[in-house]
Design a protein around this ligand. Sequence first.
Ligand code: ATP
Ligand code: MG
Length: 397
Amino acid sequence: MENVTPPKYVLQVLRSLKARGYVAYLVGGCVRDMVLGIHPNDWDICTAALPEQVMEIFPGARPTGLRHGTVTVDINSRHVEVTTFRSEGDYADHRHPSSVRFVGELTTDLSRRDFTINAMALSPDGLLLDPFGGLEDIRRRCIRCVGNAPQRFEEDALRMFRALRFSARLDFYIAEDTLTAISEKSNLASALAAERIRDELEKTLLTKKPETVGRMSQLGLLDAFLLKPGCSLPELSPAAKLPKKALDRWMALCLVLSRRGLIESPEAFLTSLRLDSRTIRCCSDGVALLSQPKPASPPEWKRLLCRLGVDTVSCAARCRDALDGGSCYKELKAILKSGDCFTMKHLAVTGDDLAELGLRGRELGEMLSFLLDYVIEYPANNRRELLLSLAGNSEEL
Ligand code: ATP
Ligand code: MG
């Protein structure tokens, strides 16, 4: 298991279930990650105990997905999801378990999982249960559907996105039958909620292979969101150099898609994917900014910072560097570090100060803008007395 062992609180849940006579296993992503020597994000347990029984053993456990038989157990301020084996049959015979019966139930549960690498279980005493050859596929670095690939994608079209996401995250290839099934069944993606596609795209963008989103497009999975079908996006690979921040990665994607003419606008694209309004605004502004030449002087940078905000301008600078080369972000950071004023908030005079000079309404607003512009050009002059005398003199004029 490459030295990754389950934390104590997880072992405690497994032991408590066992002590009450219920078989229980670690299952799914955490087993895959342990085999790979990666520390899992979360630990999932599957068990023969019914949700009510799990809740009885762990008072305070929350029914978080009763429809799927999932109960969340909070333990030492961490949580573990405990899910009852899912099988068609009646699994109420937990009082007289025969190991064969339970292994049978476990296999049924595993057979519903998406890929062989996600369909392994580990018993508390370290026995790997791997009826679909997940371990061998991990060795081959291969994503393969459990069972008949086209059928599995018919059942849940999101699995097609998951296949590509896992291939990007783990740097695995996709088995031929699974890949063929994706290209044959890609039209099923149109039935999915945009939010689910958005989440898969974001997770894929955040991997070391963001260009995998281009493979999704090439395979037809993004036809509903793009103006032209079948495009790969190799130019997105340098986006891997960007920080693992969703905003950076979405902006890079929007930039590549805009340059290729594959979307009407970042706003239309991101709105159709149900992104939040902040991401939509930042990406629209960022892409517009990146269609212009880079700022030629510190005052130009500061005017942009004033107009679009630090987050958008920083993100756009990083995207420009990653995709086009250059050192915009370094330039920008030097300006931010200098402490130069570029917003009204940091101007050495306030609206109240100008009101005291007798300025009102529009006149006052225009004076503030004038002073900010002046200070952006001459940062050393962001001094109260100097600005007040400037405002006072100009008022006399
Ligand atoms: P991650 O590290 O991204 O959380 P994961 O493998 O744990 O990866 P989850 O989405 O948390 O992925 O799902 C947990 C497990 O549930 C998977 O490993 C897989 O066995 C199963 N699973 C999740 N989604 C599906 C699906 N759409 N179809 C079939 N099985 C699924
Ligand atoms: Mg998980």
